[in-house]
Design a binder for this molecule. Structure first.
Ligand code: ZN
Length: 503
């Protein structure tokens, strides 16, 4: 047996003591720390569209704040879905909370004992169609459980720590339903480090996992569709590969989910959200299967690009004009590069954005930079961010490709931003995005200064004037509802022909 030299032994012992001290702190957090929660979601009723939640935590003595999300992405009064909240100590005695409204409660914990929080969530409230995917929902065929609005945040009253409650979660799914998530499973539990980003998809799911470079792409589908699951899986895999190529990176472990809306709606529509690397998409079909699938493809390609922009970045401020408007354009480019749409659909889509921009009452009132943080204030703001945002992305891409004779395009700028900021963990905001955009070419001529006029201020965009030299013609149609039509000119120069066929 080899004896350790005596000089090393005390140091080793001290180190071991230090490590065990850290572990002890890990097990019972000191005062003012954010407690860990152990939660269970059960009695999930697709008919009643309700579920029961029970959370336990061991708390130090003192006053605690319990806060349910009340507003998310423009959806308000979320805390009104909480029913029958009861807080009890380990002997079953009720701890009566002080109710502040808006989902905010205070209570006194007796100290070093376990308390339990029980309540029911009723998710049947009707919403605007495009809002359904933004918050937790439950329907006959599937449910999306987003812990950010289902679980409360529990912290000491005076805590200035904004850390999340690490949560150990158990979900009892309805019979024959399965669970898909990117959260870490250990045995019967999920270990959730950040409940704000955690999403669980429940239903009679069909699933497939594909490996795309270093990325593991999980796809899950619920509901009956006029297109096959295989078509959904095949498209998602192709889009993931295309976008990873564009950005020169990979999104890691990702999950894409497709489900019907929790209640039937009219017309072809969809609602989606991407949290971290999980994209949730609800689709309501019309009776044209091809149009429904085309709508799905464009929307899911948009959501998938959010794995990178903005979700892979450290964001300093809101620049939605870029991460929504430009992502909308990248979704279109993804379809174009995969040859799922042609030049006609590409130009039609840009024409439609111009039309939306033209009829937006705020187009001469507020710039893209200014409107972005106010996206949810009203429909016109929201529309301007997405539609003018995409129009400007298209104009920028066309100009960059024109100047470089097809050698550079918008995806090069995206890649530079991803490599320079996301991959290196550097913070990003409007300034960094605009600097990178400026660096790639000369955007101060010939007709306008694209970045200054279209993004930083609000000079009116004359589409025909802007696209003429690319060999495009923009015309208001005199018939029907008078839409904007963008098309290739009858005669094209060689450079124009190269530009328009060079995607
Ligand atoms: Zn988006």
């Amino acid at each position: 047996m080899i004896k350790s030299p005596p000089t090393i032994l005390p140091l080793f012992a001290a180190l071991a003591f230090f490590i065990s001290l850290i572990q002890a702190f890990g097990q019972s957090p000191p005062i003012n720390h954010i407690p860990e929660l152990s939660c269970r979601i059960d009695r999930i009723s697709p008919q009643e569209r309700s579920l029961a939640i029970s959370c336990a935590a061991t708390l130090t003595a003192g006053r605690f704040q319990l806060r349910f999300a009340d507003e998310f992405a423009g959806v308000d009064r979320l805390s009104e879905r909480v029913y029958g909240l009861k807080i009890r100590d380990d002997k079953g005695a009720a701890l009566l909370p002080e109710i502040r409204g808006g989902g905010l409660y205070y209570f006194n914990a007796p100290g070093q004992r376990q308390i339990t929080i029980n309540y029911e969530m009723r998710l049947a409230r009707a919403m605007a169609p495009d809002q359904y995917a933004l918050v937790s929902s439950l329907g006959a065929e599937a449910g999306f459980l987003m812990l950010g609005d289902l679980l409360p945040r529990l912290c000491p009253d005076q805590a200035d720590d904004e850390a999340a409650n690490r949560t150990r979660l158990q979900i009892t799914a309805p019979q024959l339903w399965r669970i898909a998530t990117t959260e870490k499973a250990s045995g019967e539990f999920f270990e959730v480090s950040d409940p704000q980003r955690a999403v669980f998809f429940l239903g009679r799911l069909r699933e497939k996992t594909a490996t795309v470079g270093t990325m593991s792409l999980r796809m899950a589908v619920a509901g009956d569709w006029a297109f096959s699951d295989e078509e959904v899986f095949k498209f998602a895999e192709a889009a993931a590969r295309e976008q990873a190529g564009m950005i020169g990176g990979a999104a890691g472990n990702s999950l894409i989910m497709l489900a019907p809306f929790p209640q039937p709606l009219t017309g072809l529509r969809s609602s989606a959200i991407t949290l971290g690397r999980t994209a949730v998409l609800m689709l309501n079909p019309n009776n044209d299967a091809a149009a429904t699938f085309a709508h799905y493809r464009r929307h899911v390609a948009h959501e998938m690009f959010h794995f990178y922009l903005p979700n892979a970045f450290r964001i300093r401020e809101n620049f939605d004009w870029f991460w929504e408007g430009f992502t909308r354009y990248i979704a279109l480019i993804t379809l174009l590069r995969l040859r799922l749409i042609g030049q006609r659909e590409y130009l039609d889509a840009i024409g439609a954005e111009y039309e939306a921009y033209w009829f937006n009452p705020l187009r001469n009132q507020v710039s893209l930079i200014e409107v972005s943080p106010e996206k949810f204030a009203n429909a016109a703001n929201y529309d301007l961010v997405y539609r003018k945002g995409m129009l400007v992305a298209a104009l920028y891409d066309l100009e960059l490709r024109w100047q470089s004779r097809g050698k550079r395009n918008l995806t090069d700028v995206m890649r530079a931003l991803y490599q320079g900021y996301a991959a290196r963990g550097r913070e990003i905001g409007n300034r960094e995005v605009l600097d990178e955009m400026r660096r790639s070419g000369d955007f101060s001529r010939p007709i306008s200064d694209l970045i200054r006029d279209d993004i930083e201020s609000l000079r009116e965009i004359n589409l025909n004037e802007r696209v003429k030299r690319y060999g495009l013609v923009a015309e208001w149609s005199a018939t029907g509802r008078g839409g904007m039509k963008l098309k290739a000119a009858a005669k094209l120069s060689e450079r124009q022909r190269m530009l328009l066929s060079g995607y």
